[in-house]
Design a protein around this ligand. Structure first.
Ligand SMILES: Cc1ncc(COP(=O)(O)O)c(C=O)c1O
Length: 416
């Protein structure tokens, strides 16, 4: 059965249960009582809420589905069938080729060095018309030519990536992620000219992902000064980037026509949609609603994806140990990368062990009542990485499991 995310009327009629944890988690627990752990769950009402809230925040700009943040094929398909979503941003070339069997607009969001994938792409007219790959240097063009010469291939669709980080004055320095060497409008236009001069390539798009705006939490309850600092950084960076991106897009458009200019992410839907030079926004994490996104001022996603682990032993009266738990998120290591214990409330990890590979002791008042066989509910920090630990998600709607959806991993597709 295919899930539907475009249930307009329903979102209004079904109460946002997740706002009341005392209702939401026990209901989820009861609905899935017959299933074994580790158990991944998607709450349909919460998914629908997130899908529509992201469209609202994108304010008329189409959302390109960032598949790395989902990694469940049927959820991606459901989004593409929902108003406001168009095309996907894949994370590897093999994934893009797999998706392109069905999806006609696939951009690979990161450069590739996959020789076999490039040859497949370049020798299949249909794939070559559907898949666009990311480039930011002449060396990458040479690499592609080395895999398959221009005379032997279809023209390869390219997207030019502009670096979106903010080069602040010292002592702040570079704020953002190190992505592309192309930073200025001059860099961009020079590279665009080189692409259009060379046979076997068609420049169709530009992308500039503002990680330092989309990815930084800016409303951490216990850290008011930090949050104010983050909001200040975001404001400076938005104003610097909107000028620079506009100039770069105009310069490249003077060289060739562009089908799209991609920007942003879940955390920056408001500011990216306000940037006139951007035609679409890539986003995905906000759909599952990892707990990272609990700390943003502009929005609050519902906890649509969660997972349950079973208590298997009690080393002490006040300690309940669950099997598993070490599903940590990528990025700078820190407490915020660990799964959050969502239910029962009042449980904490033990500082000397934290989330373990095979077991996670939990302490706190609620641990006293827990017994082997009871379940504890968690939320992942991010979104798509959770799918790499599960073969499938159970979908819960109105207190019932209505479907089981395989993850990429469950389909034998561990792309990265
Ligand atoms: C190129 C690109 N665009 C957009 C995003 C935003 O994705 P999400 O909305 O899932 O955070 C990312 C995330 O890393 C990205 O790398």
């Amino acid at each position: 059965m295919a899930i539907a995310l475009s249930a307009q009327g329903r979102a209004a009629s079904s109460p946002a249960r997740w706002l009341t944890p005392e209702l939401f988690w026990p209901e989820l627990d009861a609905s899935t009582a017959a299933l074994e752990t580790p158990l991944g769950v998607l709450h349909l009402g919460a998914l629908q809420f997130n899908a529509h809230d992201m469209v609202r925040r994108a304010a008329g700009k189409p959302i390109r589905v960032a598949t790395k943040s989902i990694r469940v094929r049927s959820v991606i398909d459901a989004l593409l069938a929902t108003d406001g979503y168009r095309g996907v941003l894949a994370f590897t070339l093999p994934e893009a080729l797999w998706l392109a069997e069905e999806v006609d607009d696939v951009v690979v969001g990161y450069p590739t060095a996959d020789r076999a994938g490039l040859i497949r792409l370049a020798t299949d007219e249909r794939l070559a018309s559907r898949v666009t790959i990311m480039v930011d240097s002449v060396e990458q063009l040479d690499f592609i030519d080395g895999c398959i010469p221009p005379g032997d291939r279809e023209s390869i669709r390219l997207c030019l990536e502009l670096d979106a980080s903010w080069r602040a004055a010292p002592p702040l320095g570079n704020i953002g992620v190190l992505r592309s060497p192309i930073f200025t409008a001059d860099d961009a236009v020079r590279f665009a000219r080189e692409i259009t001069r060379r046979p076997g390539f068609t420049l169709v798009g530009m992308m500039a992902y503002e990680a330092q705006i989309a990815g930084l939490v800016d409303d951490v309850g216990s850290r008011a000064a930090y949050s104010a600092g983050m909001r200040w950084i975001k404001r400076q960076s938005v104003s610097e980037l909107s000028e620079r991106r506009k100039a770069a897009v105009e310069a490249v458009r003077s060289v060739c026509e562009l089908e799209f200019v991609n920007g942003g992410g879940t955390g920056s839907l408001e500011s990216t949609s306000a940037d006139d030079s951007v035609t679409e926004i890539a986003a995905g994490s906000g759909l599952f609603g990892g707990h990272l996104f609990d700390n943003y001022r502009e929005f609050r996603p519902a906890p649509a994806a969660s997972f349950a682990l079973s208590v298997v032993r009690k080393p002490r009266e006040d300690t309940a140990t669950v099997l598993g738990g070490g599903w940590t998120a990528s990025g700078p290591p820190g407490r915020d990368r660990l799964p959050q214990v969502a239910w029962p409330q009042g449980l904490d990890m033990v500082p000397r062990e934290m989330a373990g590979e095979v077991q996670t002791p939990l302490v706190g008042k609620a641990a006293v009542r827990l017994r082997p066989g009871d379940r504890v509910w968690f939320r992942h920090t991010k979104s798509g990485e959770l799918s790499e630990h599960l073969n499938a998600f159970a979908v819960v709607d109105d207190g019932t499991v209505i479907d089981t959806l395989p993850t990429y991993r469950g389909e034998g597709k561990a792309f990265l």
